[in-house]
Design a protein. Structure first.
Length: 281
């Protein structure tokens, strides 16, 4: 269990092994609670420098297979493999090559999802974790979504799930049958449009590249609402580490920093601030 000392009331879990997760331990949970749930858990402090070192190495491996690698967090990225077939063979074989090379060179396992768009690839990567591979073949996007439990649809949190259930929408199939106008009347334009597109396996805007090509960003969608101040601080720190790491790697500096927050009702707010001095670390 990666986090601070369980005796420290302000300490929160950054992440946990799959063995610990079986006890109900999850990220953003106070470590004191994690210790009660998993009394034999081994607690270790985060080592961000080591994580960043391995992240850089893995991203370098990804870049060997495609010029288009979009890193969205310290341990997650999208690789556009379209057009690489003549160099590396079918995409499913390339995915297996990437997994093997990462394992051979870093000792780490990765889970890979292969699909026609980033949203589906993200969902596919969750299917056979850990060390998994799953492909959603082209033409079967809707079929995949209609067989997915509603709670597994990426972007549907606990509150949205409860709201859907209260309206008699308990499966992806029943969600699929609802019109866009009905969903927007229930959840607003942003929420309704997201649900309508997601259940059809269409690309959502969640993982779009930043509008400005010169911006450097990191993002994450959390399985649990972050309401504890220390959990929020920890999440922000991890995202900041990723951004600063990428700035150093690309030898970039900036005067402006911004943050975007999306709530469980899909409302999105952003804030930015420009400093008189360059931001470099």
């Amino acid at each position: 269990i990666v986090g601070g000392n369980p005796e420290d009331r302000r300490s929160v879990v950054s992440t946990a092994s799959y063995e610990a997760r079986k006890f109900g331990v999850h990220s953003a949970m106070p470590t004191a609670v994690a210790a009660r749930l998993c009394p034999e858990g081994i607690f270790v402090h985060p080592r961000m420098e080591r994580y960043l070192e391995l992240s850089e190495k893995i991203m370098e491996i990804f870049a060997q297979y495609s010029p288009d690698v979009q890193q969205i967090s310290i341990d997650e990225a999208f690789i556009d493999l379209s057009g690489t077939e003549r160099l590396f063979g079918p995409s499913e074989l390339t995915a297996q090559k990437i997994k093997k090379q990462v394992k051979d060179e870093t000792g780490l396992t990765v889970s890979v999802g292969l699909a026609s768009n980033k949203y589906l690839a993200k969902l596919a990567s969750e299917v056979n974790k850990p060390d998994g591979f799953f492909e959603i073949k082209e033409g079967f996007e809707e079929d995949f979504m209609l067989h997915l439990p509603l709670k597994k649809v990426w972007g549907i949190g606990a509150k949205t799930l409860a709201a859907l259930n209260s309206k008699g929408i308990t499966t992806t199939k029943s969600l699929y049958e609802k019109s866009l106008s009905l969903l927007t009347s229930f959840f607003g334009k942003a929420g309704g449009t997201f649900l309508y597109n997601a259940v059809r396996g269409k690309e959502t805007e969640t993982f779009n590249q930043p509008a400005k090509s010169h911006s450097i960003s990191a993002e994450n969608t959390y399985s649990y609402d972050l309401t504890d101040k220390n959990a929020i601080d920890t999440a922000l720190l991890h995202l900041c580490h990723t951004v600063v790491f990428r700035m150093l790697k690309e030898k970039k500096r900036s005067f402006t920093a911004s943050i975007k927050i999306r709530y469980d009702d899909f409302s999105t707010f952003s804030l930015q601030e420009t400093s008189e001095r360059e931001i470099s670390s």
